[in-house]
Design a protein around this ligand. Structure first.
Ligand code: CA
Length: 476
């Protein structure tokens, strides 16, 4: 097979919004099947330890575009606007001859300095966008497109590929809005799962004991915090307690999975299109999501926490010329690594300033000499929607150390309502569901010492600052 002129691959980056890995059958889902998405993993590689550096929409998108942490790219919270004048991976690809496009959810503000930059073509949903008959903004012009968002985003993406300049490689970000709250399925999938009971997760009835206060304080509980808009109908009047909670879970998870079924169909359409056009061999296809999500885990929906279900991003990648089909990898890769990896594949030098690192070698089945054995995480939106305490921490292969500094620090998008700081340590080997905080267990004193040291080392390495409690708070 001849590689196309120039030898640089096309890159099709498909990202959905809030699609947790444990709702993909290639990751062993117990609750649904995603046959089309699975094709990418079966014909390529699945990453089991891909993590986001801040589990929330806009910040993760900013990290992906820039290859740097949120305290560097300026999008720490949902209230920060993205400064499009900074260096980004799409800009570099564009400057080096790639045709670049983004279609679908942008979610980094629009108008003026927050409009997408580095793209030859952009056609985006304003804000969260709508599931049905969504408005799109193209080159500053807003219009309504009739239909279902996931189908339309795929149609527009395929149209753009079809009309591209065939002499140059392309980079396309196809960003689905689904399966983001409020989880509104299309007609085709509206009755899927109607007659089945979706299994509840192991930690569905977590009582938040043996943890720092943050878990109990969070307002994202299936039994208490889902709204009428989420559930769409009123619960049967006779239901109370555990039965009512189970009913709400079924309402929530079925709509979430129905939205995913449509994403899965549309990923299938994209893959089929690449096949028909003879593009499959020369195109890197990635499927990922901006972060994970709680699917009833810990009794929750939503994300934000550094706990596994939210921290973990699905990441599967196919490139037939270079990836052994059905590969699985457990190196720790981060959303800040995506930009350097794509630049690497495009033969473009990775700027010094990028904090992520290309994992191309790993994708191609090699073992890099030195690779990270710990990662740094920070969630800034103290006591904003869902009342999650601000925290930072590190994850290693076996442990996770979290520090809830629990202070807004004047950050836009946070609430000035400080709480006493607390630590959590989980032994992921013994306690994969993170149910027992062993921070104060004397058996782990040495581990705590080492991990704290590593936390501050990493924090310094990524140029973030250690939290120092203001004197005024010590007396509260
Ligand atoms: Ca998201």
């Amino acid at each position: 097979m001849e590689q196309r002129a120039g030898g640089r691959p096309n890159i099709l980056f498909i990202m959905s919004d809030d699609h947790a890995a444990h709702a993909m059958s290639c990751y062993g889902s117990r609750i649904n099947r995603t046959p089309n998405i699975d094709r990418v993993a079966e014909e390529g590689m699945r990453f089991d330890h891909c993590f986001c550096t801040n589990s929330i929409c806009a910040p993760s998108r900013a990290a992906i575009l820039t290859g740097v942490y949120n305290h560097i790219n300026g999008v720490r919270t949902l209230s920060d606007r993205f400064d499009g004048s900074q260096q980004t991976m799409p800009k570099l690809l564009q400057q080096h001859g790639y045709q670049t496009a983004i279609v679908g959810k942008w979610h980094l503000g629009h108008g003026g300095e927050s409009d997408p930059t580095g793209f030859d073509y952009w056609d985006i949903l304003p804000g969260q966008g709508d599931y049905h008959n969504p408005a799109f903004i193209r080159g500053g012009e807003k219009r309504v497109v009739n239909g279902y968002a996931t189908d339309i985003i795929t149609d527009l993406s395929i149209d753009w590929i079809r009309n591209r300049d065939k002499d140059r490689p392309f980079f396309l970000m196809c960003h689905h809005k689904a399966p983001h709250r409020p989880w509104i399925p299309d007609e085709k999938h509206a009755r899927l799962y109607e007659d089945v009971e979706i299994p509840e997760p192991e930690t569905f009835n977590d009582d938040y004991s043996n943890r720092a206060s943050a878990a109990a304080a969070a307002e994202m509980r299936i039994d208490r915090d889902l709204t009428k808009k989420d559930l769409k109908i009123d619960p049967p009047e006779h239901l109370t307690g555990a039965a009512l909670k189970s009913w709400k879970y079924q309402r929530y998870i079925k709509d979430y999975l129905r939205c995913i079924a449509s994403v899965d169909d549309n990923v299938g359409r994209m893959l089929d299109y690449l096949d028909e056009e003879g593009l499959a061999d020369d195109t890197i296809v990635v499927y990922t999501s901006d972060q994970g999500f709680f699917l009833g885990d810990h009794g929750w929906y939503d994300k934000r926490f550094m706990y596994e279900e939210s921290l973990r991003m699905p990441f599967i990648i196919r490139y037939p010329r270079h990836i052994r089909p059905g590969s699985v990898d457990r190196h720790m890769v981060l959303n800040t690594d995506f930009a350097p990896t794509f630049l690497d594949y495009a033969g473009i030098p990775v700027p010094e300033e990028m904090q992520g690192r290309s994992f191309r070698q790993i994708v191609e089945g090699e073992r890099p000499e030195q690779w990270r054995t710990s990662m740094y995480y920070r969630y800034w939106m103290h006591m904003s929607e869902h009342a999650v305490y601000a925290h930072y921490g590190i994850r290693t292969e076996q442990y996770k150390l979290i520090y809830y500094y629990a202070d807004a620090l004047g950050t836009k998008g946070s609430t000035d309502d400080p709480k006493p700081p607390e630590w959590e340590l989980f032994d992921l080997k013994k306690d994969p569901y993170e149910m027992i905080n062993v921070y104060d267990d004397p058996d782990y004193a040495r581990v705590v010492e080492l991990l704290e040291k590593e936390l501050y080392r990493l924090q310094e390495e990524v140029k973030d600052e250690k939290y120092e409690r203001p004197d005024s708070l010590h007396s509260r």
